[in-house]
Ligand binder design. Structure first.
Ligand SMILES: [Ca+2]
Length: 74
């Protein structure tokens, strides 16, 4: 396990968390349209609804990979 992989995983995790955060932020503040009020921008839902419905699984897998990567580096 090398540090490049760990850095990549950390980068992806931060990016994914940011996207989830921004979905909530942009819909709460009205920056992006959210007619069905599920805190997911409607323009994203057409193509990326799976990304939100699988949130629990995605975060779990990222956490698992991150945990193993840190364990391998330290
Ligand atoms: Ca929506």
């Amino acid at each position: 396990m090398n540090t490049d992989f760990l850095v990549t995983i950390i980068f992806i995790t931060v990016l994914v968390i940011f996207i989830y955060w921004y979905a909530g932020y942009s819909t709460r503040t009205g920056k992006l349209e959210d007619k069905n009020q599920n805190y997911i921008p409607d323009s994203w839902e057409e193509n990326f609804s799976w990304f939100f419905s699988m949130k629990g699984l995605i975060m779990f897998v990222l956490g698992l990979i991150l945990g193993y990567s840190i364990h391998g580096v330290i």
